[in-house]
Design a protein around this ligand. Structure first.
Ligand SMILES: C[S@@+](CC[C@H](N)C(=O)[O-])C[C@H]1O[C@@H](n2cnc3c(N)ncnc32)[C@H](O)[C@@H]1O
Length: 300
């Protein structure tokens, strides 16, 4: 590293050639390699422990300024790249941590909620403020599906309800529900990282163990810890939401309300149909191609 900056080389490659290209670049003196989507291909939610890759990858390699990159560009094995490499660019050095932090600012959700990173003062100290930093678990409020769930909680939650956040990720929905007036929340996920993140985030927000019970879905199954609730909210993808219909319906109290997100707008009709015998779902919000469904449990 120099005080002045770095040189950057950019390559296009595919998942099967990535490892070869990466190792070779490190042998040539690359200090760091990062991967980006080269074709606007969304990577939908990975399962626990999975790290899916785009089919068309942009690989960016950083080198010290003194290194001559021309021989590297001339000798990169052509079978590992799908297009000729971009010319080297000079990248000014910067305070990376600060640059990263500046990408996350307080976000207003609904009428009362603010999601505030720990390094920012809450813009409105009298609002319902949730202290939450970006981490490995999904859910900072920047994704449209989370944003819609938060807006829906803010607009419709009844004081004193209990709720289940199924697929809790960072725990943002359970924490928001409690801060908006729920008295008890259960947060479950099938990823241990989400369970850890939810509990960390709950503690930062002064949520107590009496208010919030967080555990893995497998523990919910085996220990019967998950009891039916007045409000069940699940922001997962359409496929799991359909598969989970019997589970989520069983977890609703009579007269309870279900909120589903994580589905694309064109998937709404099929999900409404899948839940129709038990829950009267309707599309109540749409944002950037995603739809939020909500509705009451039907009495039978
Ligand atoms: C899109 S994230 C939502 C996180 C957070 N609730 C939010 O709204 O931002 C979906 C979460 O559901 C979890 N998940 C996916 N399938 C699941 C399943 N079948 N059972 C429980 N959790 C699941 C994932 O691990 C992930 O943390």
């Amino acid at each position: 590293m120099t005080d002045a900056g770095w040189q950057e080389l950019r390559f296009s490659t595919t998942p099967d050639q990535l490892e070869n290209l990466e190792s070779w670049l490190f042998e040539q003196g690359a200090l760091a390699v990062t991967l980006e989507d080269n074709a606007d291909e969304p990577l939908l939610e990975p399962g626990p422990g999975e790290t899916p890759l785009w089919q068309n990858i942009k690989l960016v390699a950083l080198f010290e300024v003194g290194i001559n990159l021309s021989p590297i560009l001339a000798s990169v094995p052509q079978q590992w790249v799908t297009a000729s490499a971009d010319a080297a660019d000079f990248v000014p050095d910067q305070d990376w941590e600060r640059a990263w932090m500046e990408n996350f600012e307080p976000l207003k959700m609904g009428k009362r909620l603010w999601i505030c990173p720990s390094w920012c003062e809450p813009p409105d100290p009298h609002a319902v403020n949730i202290n939450l930093d970006p981490g490995l678990a999904f859910g900072t409020g920047t994704h449209p599906t989370t944003a819609m769930c938060l807006g829906e909680l803010d607009a419709t939650i009844q004081p004193g309800v209990n709720l289940i956040d199924y697929g809790c990720g960072s725990g943002i929905l359970a924490i928001a529900g409690l801060k908006l007036g729920a008295t008890k929340a259960f947060a479950v996920d099938n990823d241990p990282q989400a369970v850890t993140a939810t509990w960390d985030n709950a503690q930062r927000n002064a949520i107590t163990q009496d208010q919030l019970d967080v555990f893995l879905v497998s523990q919910a199954d085996t220990q019967g810890r998950l009891q039916p609730a007045d409000l069940v909210i699940a922001n997962i993808l359409a496929g799991p939401l359909e598969a989970l219909a019997p589970t989520l319906i069983d977890l609703m109290n009579p007269g309870g309300r279900l909120i589903l997100a994580g589905l694309l707008s064109e998937q709404a009709a099929a999900l409404i149909e899948a839940y129709k015998p038990w829950v009267a779902l309707s599309a109540v919000q749409e944002l950037e191609g995603w739809t939020l469904l909500a509705g009451p449990k039907l009495s039978r």
